[in-house]
Design a binder for this molecule. Sequence first.
Ligand code: ADP
Ligand code: MG
Length: 289
Amino acid sequence: AVPLVVARSTALSAQHGLLIKNRTAFENSRKITSVVFDKTGTLTKGKFEVARVVLTGNTVANEDELIGLAGALEANSEHPIATGILSEVRKRGLTLLIADQFNALTGKGIEATVEQKSVKVVSPGYLKDNGLKLPENAGIAGNETVVFVLLNDQLAGFIALADAIRPESADAIATLHENGIRSILLTGDNQQVAESVSKQLKMDGFFAEVLPHQKLEKIKELQRQGGFIAMTGDGVNDAPALAQADIGIAVASGSDIAAETAGIVLVNSNPKDIVNLILFGKATYRKMM
Ligand code: ADP
Ligand code: MG
């Protein structure tokens, strides 16, 4: 039987934006020493808008051509970057070409064939790994997520996108601090954005350009260092890390896989509700003992 005090707290938790799928996770929430946060869609809104389109050389004729090629690929992706690029395609009134042989480069971008040409839309990390130099004018600004467009493996240009930090994120992290809990950022995005977001939110540290399987390894590493680690994320790529963490917390606006894997779901996608989780956990189990 469920102790009455726990049943009541579960109802209260629902009022505070928490879906408790796993009672042990709820019970253990009072032990959390660090919360690891995914960036995109978790601390930020996950709604990218194209801020700049830059051509490098003469591989394509103009910005519209670059956006059109990227859009042809992104029509096959559900990544928030894809949604941002496709809304730019609509704004510019472009007609999309058809992309064949679509292939996701997990955590690095996507590739496909468009009119017999190989096209890739990829991360700064992919360029580095393939010995391609970042263009001089890339000068990635603090808040920009940048993807590079390659045509037959030649750099044609890049697209800088901006995403907004959720208004509740700073408060969530400050309140965790007041309760002696550390916060760490774990993202597949570039170094500059990761550093900028973690500084703006006064977080305790960040890991950038982390591939999906490396997210899980980072959680293991933090667990080996000691402490009780919660992981918060929304993406398909966060699911293994959510499963590995001592407590997995999914953001409801994200993927179904993240929500299925996690013990707790933030129903209103508000990172501040993690604080409710920890305080409720403490209050509930204090009453029982
Ligand atoms: P995050 O931790 O922010 O969810 P991901 O692992 O999903 O990051 O992606 C990491 C990086 O891989 C992105 O910042 C981007 O550079 C690249 N990437 C992933 N998917 C796409 C896509 N559909 N189009 C372009 N770039 C992508
Ligand atoms: Mg995410």
